[in-house]
Design a protein around this ligand. Structure first.
Ligand code: NAI
Length: 337
């Protein structure tokens, strides 16, 4: 099938070419991000392949359909960038890659915690400058601390296991569907209030939904332990960034590590090093000595990229064959909760 692969980076090309070595599909690599401005590039392609920051809103869906597109293949797990209501009204079908490597993202969350707690980026720069002072580099033992995990699906469960068994943390978790397997392994499922009140570290692993949109706002921060560490590898909008900036200024938030950001679509995955960044909220975040930001790289491992490319192309083959595809997102089902 002819596929227009939007937002192509060099790594997409490498992994998709490898996954498509039998040339089952005809993949055309486009650097543009899919949006109302670029949707005409998809004309005549029965399938488009998109990533986290491509915009699949009502207008894009309508124009994709007009241009002859029938399938949208997300090469990621989250689908918050797709207007499901508009999709339901259209004849388009949507697939995603729900479980390519929970380890990739869970391990990145752990890397963020360790890097932030032991101030590794700052320590590294100091040593390179010949500055061996330890002042300001003090961290805390993870062993014995309480880690609150919000969302215990594939990634959250993997993360909970590492924190519990790898570091000897107490893990409390919140999820509308608590996992018995995790409970049996010693994870305590609690109400959000208790998780906020008891956690030294709060790590977000829930999808972005109307319920989790700005879940971490000023009121949530007030209910957390003073000095809490917040880690977000899920979706940027789960955190109300200006509220967290206020929390960092007052000391209510002890430290913050994020791999995702509310307005990341205008920044992440691009080299903007010769430009003036216009996002003042993002720039304010970078001024704190206790904030660590990475640019949505949780998924970025050899294993995850291989699985993403292979499963995306398998999903397209499945749609093309007319069979029921288990990775299809049925809007009615998702919207019914
Ligand atoms: P999953 O679907 O396996 O798990 C999500 C869990 O969140 C489910 O157990 C669900 O019941 C729970 N949940 C839903 N609403 C909730 C709420 N209101 N409060 C608490 N829990 C809630 O998803 P998976 O694979 O674990 O991914 C989690 C999220 O991580 C994705 O939705 C995506 O946004 C993000 N992600 C980030 C990546 C990165 O590179 N930083 C890469 C892949 C995913």
């Amino acid at each position: 099938m002819k596929i227009a692969l939007f937002s192509t980076k060099s790594f997409d090309r490498r992994f998709f070419e490898r996954a498509n070595r039998e040339e089952t599909h005809e993949v055309h690599f486009l650097e543009s991000r899919l949006s109302a401005e670029t949707v005409d590039l998809a004309r005549g392609y029965p399938c488009v392949c998109v990533f986290v920051n491509d915009i699949v809103d009502a207008e894009v869906i309508r124009r994709l359909e007009e241009g002859g597109t029938r399938f949208i293949a997300l090469r990621c797990a989250g689908f918050n960038n797709v207007d499901l209501r508009a999709l339901r009204e259209s004849g388009l079908r949507l697939v995603h890659v729900p479980a390519y490597s929970p380890h990739a993202v869970a391990e990145h969350a752990v890397a963020l915690i360790l890097g932030l707690n032991r101030h590794l980026p700052w320590a590294y720069n100091r040593v390179r400058d010949g500055n061996f002072s330890l002042s300001g580099l003090e961290g805390f033992d993870l062993h014995g601390k309480t880690v609150g995990v919000i969302g215990t699906g594939r990634i959250g469960a993997t993360f909970a296991g590492i924190m519990r068994h790898g570091f000897g943390c107490r893990v409390v978790a919140h999820d509308p569907f608590p996992s018995e397997r995790l409970r049996a392994s010693g994870v305590e499922f609690v109400a959000l209030e208790r998780l906020f009140a008891e956690s030294d570290i709060v790590s977000l692993h829930c999808p972005l939904t109307p319920e989790t949109d700005h879940l971490i706002d000023a009121s949530a921060l007030e209910r957390m332990k003073r000095g809490v560490m917040i880690v977000n590898t899920s979706r940027g909008r789960v955190i109300d960034t200006p509220a967290v900036i206020e929390g960092l200024k007052s000391g209510r938030v002890g430290s913050l590590a994020i791999d995702v950001y509310e307005q990341e679509g205008d920044l992440f995955f691009e080299d903007l090093s010769d430009r003036v960044i216009q996002d003042d909220v993002f720039e304010r975040l970078l001024t704190f000595p206790n904030v660590l930001v990475t640019g949505h790289q949780g998924f970025f491992t050899e294993e995850a990229l291989t699985a993403i490319a292979e499963e995306t192309l398998d999903n397209v083959s499945c749609l093309e064959s007319g069979e029921t595809c288990e990775k299809e997102i049925i809007p009615e089902r998702v919207m019914a909760g």
